[in-house]
Design a protein around this ligand. Structure first.
Ligand SMILES: NC(=O)CCC(=O)C(=O)O
Length: 265
């Protein structure tokens, strides 16, 4: 399973430019057929929150078709990061979605934990559907968004539902880079699954600088590939799902769990 993260700088409030960038990266890097290409959080508009209603799609209309076309043209699966999205009324959600290489829509998830440090709760509405696994290339996978990384319960739920790979799409600020790297590795080690963290980089007009450092971590916590803090890059690695069983046999945490002893699980 080849996994390919497109790490790029998001142009705030400029969907056309961001879409062109994604298309250019496909053209220049032509990912291997059958691979999984991963985009970052809010890649279509960035955190232009005061105008977020103008940037929002209606039930992903428009952007879904663009991503499906890329998936079919390049014969790849796409974890399409997230975009602002309106489901009903004026509420804007932060919605991530996935399509496969035949252009079939596989999954969507709207961020349930809104991040106060970036003022998301003032402008966005949290999703109200819990995380669910989805089938990707014959195995189960999970998808969460940025701040969700700080909630290990989500990852445990997904791992207990047999997610072999969990994608974390993000716009994670540089001032908390150590949290990003440490938590991604911890989530991989404690759930003994692959974690794929896709992030943006660059300074936004509001002064926030994003951390880059997109990363692919294996179930033993080892880094298979990592991007730079401040460069456009393709970060890629082969993922061997059979290695998960090996790690779980050596360190059998799922067999050692004492559910009867935990108050909140
Ligand atoms: N976009 C985000 O959710 C950023 C999360 C963040 O800044 C943090 O958890 O720290």
């Amino acid at each position: 399973m080849k996994t390919v993260i497109f790490q790029f700088e998001v142009a705030e409030g400029n969907y056309e430019k961001n879409l062109e960038k994604v298309k250019r990266m496909f053209k220049e890097h032509e990912p291997e057929k059958g691979s999984i290409v991963v985009l970052p959080e809010m890649w279509s508009s960035g955190y232009d929150l005061s105008n977020i209603g103008d940037h929002a799609f209606h039930d992903l209309e428009g952007v879904k078709g663009e991503i499906e076309k890329l998936a079919v043209d390049y014969e790849v699966n796409i974890v399409a990061g997230s975009v602002p999205n309106i489901k009903s009324g004026d509420d804007v959600l932060n919605t991530a979605f996935v399509v496969d290489s035949s252009g079939e829509f596989l999954h969507e998830y709207s961020k349930i934990h809104l991040v106060p440090m970036l003022k998301e709760p003032e402008y966005l509405t949290g999703g109200d559907a819990s995380v669910e696994t989805f089938n990707l290339l014959g195995d189960k996978a999970g998808l969460v968004i940025c701040y969700d990384l700080r909630f290990p319960e989500l990852f445990r739920d997904l791992a207990l539902e047999d997610a072999k790979v969990i994608f974390v799409v993000a716009e994670w600020p540089a001032e908390r880079t150590e949290h990003w790297l440490t938590l991604l590795k911890a989530r991989a080690i404690e759930n003994q699954c692959y974690i794929v963290g896709s992030n943006t980089f660059g300074k936004q007009p509001n002064g926030t600088t994003f951390a880059g450092n997109s990363i692919i971590v294996n179930p033993f916590g080892e880094v298979l590939a990592q991007g730079a803090a401040d460069a456009e890059e393709v970060v890629e690695a082969d993922i061997d799902l059979e290695y998960i069983a090996e790690v779980r046999e050596d360190v059998p945490i799922f067999k050692s769990r004492r559910r009867d002893m935990y108050k909140f699980l």
